[in-house]
Design a protein around this ligand. Structure first.
Ligand code: DAK
Length: 262
């Protein structure tokens, strides 16, 4: 499948591969137009439903992960046009429905909708030139895809307010300290690091990886008591699986487990 605004490839050494999606609208710094979001949604769904794929890596260029939603496309819309058409809502939901782990590999600008798409990934690795921000206030807007909600949940209220109200950007090291990204590497190490992380996860039980992702995401959705109940229920249920028994037996026999993802 070839796309207009993204590039995809399948990489990896093991039985399960990594699906790589690269945002590719270079002249506009990967500004997120409707067509790009359609392409992204399609590719995410294709990799998510492909049994040969373990993890998905989402990345951009060295200069920009994505500089935000396409301002040129939005400039002349009226309230009723965006409201009645559900403007760019439909194709922004795709990331949230992906069951497999999604690793965001961010270099350069991740601003506005670009920062929001990054925050929809399950974890982020940043190149040391990465810049994150929600600069919508500078163009008379607020974030439209979770910036006012995911950012404070991730970095806390003070920094989220600071970024959203001033529109300033933070670099990779500050993003690391704030908990927005989990690793910072040199730009040339960004994809090798993301692919190595994906490869490591691809070697695990994929059913457990999916359940793990659901449980961690539940921490952002529900009160502690119900999150703990879900975790306990999933923990108990895994004793009905092949991979739990195999994983524990392999540990005791000092060998590598052979997971069957069931
Ligand atoms: N949209 C359209 N074009 C953009 C763009 C954007 N967001 N960002 C950059 N470009 C274009 C520039 O216009 C320029 O085009 P030409 O002039 O060459 O034709 C080209 O990319 C290169 O940009 P610059 O010349 O500005 O490059 P610099 O290195 O000087 O500056 C920059 C890079 C990233 C600091 C700067 O381009 C910039 O400030 N860009 C805008 C950042 C921004 O404000 N982003 C937030 C946009 S609002 C929703 C979901 C999400 C959203 C809304 C609704 N729903 C689900 C309902 C999100 C909204 C937003 O993201």
């Amino acid at each position: 499948m070839t796309y207009e605004f993204i590039q995809t490839e399948v990489l990896g050494e093991g039985p399960l591969k990594t699906g790589v999606i690269r945002l590719h609208r270079p002249k506009q710094l990967n500004a997120l137009c409707d067509g790009l979001m359609d392409d992204l949604g399609h590719a995410l769904h294709a990799f998510d439903t492909d049994d040969g794929i373990g993890c998905i890596v989402l990345t951009g260029s060295e200069k920009a992960f994505a500089a935000g939603a396409d301002i040129a496309a939005m400039v002349d819309y009226t309230y009723m046009q965006v409201f009645m058409s559900g403007y760019i809502s439909r194709n922004w939901e795709a990331m949230a429905s992906v069951q497999k782990p999604v690793i965001g590999a961010v270099a350069g600008f991740a601003l506005g909708g670009g920062c929001e798409v990054a925050m929809m990934c399950d974890m982020l690795i940043a190149a040391d030139n990465a810049k994150f921000g929600q600069p919508e206030i500078k163009i008379g807007m607020i974030p439209g895809a979770g910036g006012t909600q995911r950012l404070p949940r991730t970095v806390g209220k003070a920094l989220a307010m600071d970024l959203a109200l001033t529109g300033r950007m933070i670099g990779a090291e500050e993003a690391l300290r704030a908990g927005l990204v989990s690793r910072v590497v040199a730009p040339e190490q960004l994809m090798p690091e993301a692919l190595a992380m994906a490869e490591q996860i691809n070697g695990m039980s994929q059913s457990v990886a999916r359940l793990m992702k659901q449980c961690v995401n539940e921490a952002f959705e529900s009160p502690l008591a119900s999150g703990l109940r879900l975790e306990r229920r999933v923990f108990h249920s895994l004793f009905g699986t092949h991979d739990q028994h195999e994983g524990m037996v392999a540990f005791l026999e000092k060998r590598k487990p052979e997971f069957k993802h069931r």
